[in-house]
Design a protein around this ligand. Structure first.
Ligand code: HEC
Ligand code: HEC
Ligand code: HEC
Ligand code: HEC
Ligand code: HEC
Length: 216
């Protein structure tokens, strides 16, 4: 082989090439590591206060919006401030040790430090209000919350999972007025009913798999 470059230049090109390759690998690894791990699926998440949806929703019949008051109007469902708990617990179980962090939170004027059960990476855009408005129920994504003594996650929250519904929402959509209903189950004619609702709610199925919907 004829020598095209001087040996020192060949070495320089090799070094630049491997340097660039190494930088790329480091970048990809750093990016993957920046995607934080989330609590395992189907595993109850421990919390500073053992708050039970089973008791408050299943037994006492509280509506989701009593505590997650922005779920219809914003991207975030929101978590209740300590004052919401005290509506009842300033009297009820006031001296129970499990509620001590609630009163500490009140005294120190610090919100309770709930551990997140669901957490999407920052490069994914999600919005509760549009799903609620178009007939996607809480239990479709969050499972039987009314039976959870401590909250856990039922959905993998992968891109594939989101797309499964965005490709064919008729499999999951329910009447709007039952979005908060934890007893709703799809019937045998779900696909037919779902197709009617997709039309009635003007769901734009053609665009729902565009990358820019969730990555903006
Ligand atoms: C009395 C207040 C209250 C009511 C009513 C309530 N929640 Fe919650 N919810 C909480 C609190 C407090 C947390 C944080 C602790 C936890 O994760 O269990 C929470 C957490 C959650 C989470 C997990 C949030 C995360 O970290 O990802 C989901 C999902 C949820 N609630 C859904 C619901 C649904 C659906 C309903 C109605 C069927 C409902 N909640 C009713 C108080 C409430
Ligand atoms: C289409 C699926 C889907 C539906 C329907 C849905 N959620 Fe969520 N929910 C999510 C995802 C995904 C997250 C995590 C969001 C994030 O990390 O940014 C989440 C997070 C939450 C949280 C934590 C606080 C927050 O806003 O990040 C609460 C509380 C919650 N959901 C309650 C509800 C309630 C109540 C309903 C019904 C009115 C509901 N969700 C309907 C997917 C859904
Ligand atoms: C509308 C009234 C009401 C609100 C608001 C409320 N609770 Fe309760 N809470 C109850 C009742 C009633 C019980 C007894 C539940 C039962 O045994 O069915 C209870 C029980 C509890 C218990 C004892 C363990 C258990 O589940 O039985 C804890 C802990 C608790 N609540 C925490 C909270 C926290 C934290 C908040 C705020 C996010 C809150 N509660 C908001 C009414 C309320
Ligand atoms: C069970 C069904 C279902 C699941 C699961 C679901 N979506 Fe959706 N999503 C919908 C429907 C229905 C719409 C409303 C479309 C419309 O308005 O035409 C929607 C709309 C959206 C929009 C708003 C689009 C716009 O144009 O403003 C975003 C963003 C979105 N979804 C993100 C997500 C992400 C991210 C996930 C997964 C974490 C997810 N969705 C999971 C059914 C679902
Ligand atoms: C309906 C919402 C939705 C749409 C549409 C969507 N994505 Fe995603 N994407 C997600 C979610 C959610 C994650 C995070 C997955 C996780 O954390 O496991 C993700 C993650 C990714 C990642 C990170 C690698 C990975 O798999 O974790 C890439 C790259 C990506 N998406 C590219 C795309 C491209 C390209 C398109 C268009 C063809 C697209 N996405 C369309 C929701 C969506």
């Amino acid at each position: 082989m004829p020598q095209i470059f001087r040996p020192s230049l060949t070495l320089f090109i090799k070094l630049v090439f491997f340097g660039a390759l190494l930088a790329l690998v480091v970048l990809v690894v750093a990016w993957r590591m920046s995607i934080e791990p989330r609590p395992a699926i189907e595993t109850a998440v421990r919390q500073p206060v053992p708050f039970s949806h089973k008791h408050h929703v299943g037994d006492d019949g509280l509506d989701c919006r009593y505590c997650h008051s922005t779920v219809e109007t914003s991207r975030f469902a929101g978590l209740p401030p300590t004052s919401t708990c005290l509506t009842c617990h300033s009297q009820l179980f006031r001296n129970a040790p499990v509620l001590a962090p609630v009163f500490a939170s009140l005294q120190q004027e610090q919100p309770l430090a709930w551990t997140r059960v669901h957490d999407l990476p920052d490069f994914v855009y999600f919005d509760h209000s549009i799903h609620v408005a178009k007939g996607v129920g809480c239990t479709t994504c969050h499972g039987p919350v009314d039976r959870m003594p401590l909250t856990w996650r039922v959905a993998p929250l992968t891109m594939q999972w989101c797309l499964e519904c965005h490709r064919a929402p008729e499999k999951f959509i329910r009447p709007r007025e039952r979005v908060f209903d934890t007893t709703w189950q799809p019937g045998e004619d779900q696909i037919a009913q779902g197709k009617k609702l997709v039309a009635a709610y003007h769901i734009r199925t053609g665009q729902l798999t565009d990358c820019s919907i969730c990555h903006r």
